[in-house]
Ligand binder design. Structure first.
Ligand SMILES: [Zn+2]
Length: 276
């Protein structure tokens, strides 16, 4: 699969500055998988990885926390890659942990660089100055935002689909929802997916659960689809269902067929088809 890296002009100077200061290897904050994909679908994975650049010294976290769901969405990128292949769709993904910068949040949001996540304190994010927050947004968020915007612009009748995973146990509570179909003010694609759920899922599929717009999770949808009137949906998959490659591939297959059928119910033009 082809991979390209997008650098904003400002980012290059930021990274060069970092490299000159610390001699650190260059950080590429965003990657686009399958950039020549022919589908109308533009896939986005904001929480693709638990990678923390060396200069952040693991944000003071233990290894266990650094690799936990607090730092990323386990399995989400693997499912997104499967979808990218099956739908022949471009996939834009962040290459750093959401604890460094959560690319599904605007720079003004307090939880873009959270000092606390669920029950865990993030020492490296406590008491950040405005200057530090601005530097992180410029280094990690702006190139990501630019890459998604660019991909949406390059795609005819783009359909934005963001892929996430969530933990089965949150604040000690077991979650019975297995797949969440999330939307903001424009629910056309989510409605079509919920309408076609019975023929695809066999899972406990819910609308706007375990999160919804009230939790600030629809930022990417609002930023890149709502204003321009593009179809969009955010999918949240419970991470215990996508632990192995076999499960990830099966989930990608299920979602690819489900998206194609749901898209056909909408009145939008465009190409959303499975290759196999
Ligand atoms: Zn997520």
């Amino acid at each position: 699969m082809l991979t390209e890296t997008v650098f904003g002009k400002q980012l290059v100077s930021e990274v060069e500055a970092t490299a000159q200061r610390g001699g650190e290897a260059l950080v590429q904050p965003v990657q686009t998988v399958n950039p020549n994909g022919t589908s109308s679908v533009v896939l986005v994975c904001e929480h693709a990885t638990h990678e923390i650049p060396a200069s952040f010294q693991n944000l003071g976290l233990s290894e266990e926390t650094r690799l936990s769901h607090a730092a990323w969405d386990p399995g989400a990128m693997a499912v997104a890659r499967g979808l990218s292949s099956m739908l022949d769709a471009a996939l834009v993904a962040s290459t750093v942990s959401r604890l460094v910068y959560d690319c599904n949040r605007p720079p003004s949001a307090a939880d873009a660089m959270p000092a606390r996540s669920e029950v865990i304190d993030i020492p490296g994010n406590v008491g950040l100055s405005l200057q530090e927050r601005t530097a992180r947004a410029q280094t990690f968020y702006e190139p990501f935002r630019g890459a998604v915007a660019n991909r949406m612009n390059l795609t005819q009748s783009p359909v934005l689909v963001t892929i996430h995973s969530f933990t089965p146990v949150y604040h000690g509570q077991l979650r019975d929802v297995e797949i969440g179909v999330l939307h903001d003010a424009d629910s056309r694609l989510a409605d079509a997916m919920l309408q076609t759920t019975p023929s695809h899922a066999g899972y406990n599929v819910r609308r706007n659960l375990p999160y919804g717009p009230e939790h600030g999770v629809t930022h990417t949808l609002k930023e890149h689809a709502l204003g321009a009137g593009h179809l969009n949906v955010m999918l949240e998959i419970r991470n215990d269902l996508i632990q192995t490659e076999t499960e990830q591939s099966a989930m990608a297959g299920l979602i690819a067929g489900w998206l194609a059928q749901a898209f056909a119910l909408t009145t939008e033009k465009g190409a959303v088809q499975c290759r196999d």
